[in-house]
Design a binder for this molecule. Sequence first.
Ligand code: ATP
Length: 293
Amino acid sequence: MPPTPVIEVDHLNLKYGDFHAVKDLSFEVRPGELYALLGTNGAGKTSTLETVEGHRTPTSGTVRVFGHSPRDRAAVRPRMGIMLQESGFSPDLTVRESVGLIGRLTRRTDDVDRVIDVVELTGKAGTLVGQLSGGEKRRLDFATAVYGTPELIFLDEPTTGLDIQSRDDLWNAVDRLRENGSTVVLTTHYLEEAQQRADRIGLMHQGVFRREGTVSELTRTLPAVIKFTLAAPAPALPLQATAGADGSVRVETFNLQKDLYVLLGWAQDHGLELGDLSAGPTRLDDVFRAIES
Ligand SMILES: Nc1ncnc2c1ncn2[C@@H]1O[C@H](COP(=O)(O)OP(=O)(O)OP(=O)(O)O)[C@@H](O)[C@H]1O
């Protein structure tokens, strides 16, 4: 039997007055998985997550977290760490006081200095939140996900505003949490982060899933692209291609390796140079653009 899902969303609908923001959405998040909920602006990601986190009541449909209603706060809240886009810590508290507050609010236990160390704010432990930089505030927000190593972690655009080193540090800390068995739900507009890290992705547009699956399941729905330019008129191409008046050529293929081999052999046989040659697998960006068009 497959393990019981950590999150079960079944035919979720959310309306704001007459506006239908989330339409009949169903998905599951399995134990230990990193699930990325991605989508266009206004797709309904935040509305969906707020419902799963217990902040919003569905218009219809059901949401279960660890088998409970997320509104059953005593059963669910201590087991989940939520890193919001803005945690709203008081500017008048120090970093250490703020991290201590996370423990009292969530009723999880941890060592405050350990958490401060994980989020790389040790040198700022006595600093007031109001005096932190944007990136330092974001790292403090991340403490809400780290504190007490919760079983389920929500990361809402966790790396926005972080420099490259801080991003790497955050993802390393997420890797440690996952090694401890935490399940992670991520939203991000940095698609390469989702492409590298997500076990499965739900791609939302206008309140519904346009695609759901692993990165390879999503990307193999679109062809890979080979592009190059030809300086002089050339013999007939060995593959179906679209040629521009400027000499640019574009080949779309579901068999990149084989078609690239054919193309390079053809160029070699005819002594042709393929200018600005580029060839790459379909990326999540391409799938994303396809759902908007
Ligand atoms: N409280 C509200 N009242 C009315 N409409 C709302 C409310 N909250 C969200 N909406 C609308 O519902 C839709 C979904 O919003 P939501 O914030 O869930 O999208 P999102 O996918 O998180 O978008 P983004 O990527 O831009 O943050 C949007 O059209 C938004 O304008």
